[in-house]
Design a protein. Structure first.
Lengths: 201, 201
């Protein structure tokens, strides 16, 4: 059976749980204590030399890393990966946007707010993180004003990738009220059969 | 004919030129003056609301953004995209690594060194950028000690994505001498038929 090595509070790990539940696949979840050094052990680094969660274990000893590459692997034979080459490329375009222009601001702001003490010097980064995060949210809003999902009419792994840290952006200090189309998109995803919230174990 | 809107000095744009040359595809290159506001014009933002190069124009009015998604689109029916699903996922895993853990340090250090004046405050970021960039280079070196390319025996778009900013890392202050397997990998790519250097117009 597929195993996921992940941390429940991580949006990147939640992406993997979310697709497995949506596709009704069986899997085993191994919780990794990242704050306690769980990604720094020799055993973990043998699975992923980059020392990051999530890691997918496909069969014993056969690993895959990077949350969005894991989404691709799990989706490729499902309706979550489009039929047309142009749409497939657009799915990946939004997924690279997520990792380059969204996660480094929206997820990092949440991480700073949630996990660092009140006087931590990294809190000085918050205004910049929030400003750049809002740019990403506005681009998403503009797209969703004319499209139900990131590839148009069909739900795909681009939506899962972007949902993970967008739906909990409030924890990083982002107010989603100015983004009505984006909030409707969040609701469309939360209504899907098999949807699980991030805190589910 | 395919059009590329790009900036020659950008590694992300060079990826697109490189694959088009390696696959012997015809294309038209439109140089964008990024420093002069070329990505901020209404005309450009209509092609890519994120205001970034490169942009691929597949047919008139049909655009694709994000360099690594463009690589996927151009490679999907070529030997640069593997036959096996597991290898395809690994290609994407390295490409997401490139955008999240490599480009933000190695390309940004180069950009600060090359394009900002000597007293610019962002130069204070350089020690951190260089430290994190070396982590990415060491992960690549470790992988390449046992593998000719990032997916093992076969050259793929993961190699093109990682080559773009690695081969010019010296311009960002990175010494590549401690990475012999990586330097051999650079040479293997530079020996390919159709290879063009970054400065080619």
């Amino acid at each position: 059976m597929i195993k996921v090595y992940g941390m429940t509070a991580s949006g990147n790990c939640y992406k993997v749980r979310m697709i497995l539940e949506l596709l009704h696949k069986k899997y085993e979840w191994r919780e990794i204590d990242v704050a306690g050094g769980g990604t720094r052990s020799a055993e973990f680094l043998a699975m992923n030399p980059a020392g990051q969660v999530p890691v997918l274990e496909i069969t014993p000893g056969r690993y895959l890393t990077e949350s969005n590459a894991i989404l691709f692997y799990l989706a490729e034979d499902s309706p979550l990966w489009p039929q047309s080459r142009y749409e497939r490329a657009h799915v990946l375009s939004w997924m690279f946007f997520e990792q380059y222009s969204h996660e480094p601001y929206i997820a990092v702001a949440r991480s700073v707010q949630r996990f660092l003490p009140p006087q931590h010097p990294r809190r000085a980064e918050l205004p910049t993180l929030v400003e750049k995060g809002h740019k990403a949210l506005q681009l998403m809003e503009n797209h969703l004003q004319d499209n139900a999902y990131f590839t148009g009419l069909n739900f795909s792994i681009a939506d899962i990738a972007l949902y993970a840290y967008t739906h909990c952006a409030g924890e990083g200090g982002f107010d989603l009220v100015p983004y009505p189309a984006l909030r409707q998109w969040l609701q469309r995803i939360e209504a899907k059969p098999g949807y699980v919230p991030m805190t589910a174990k």
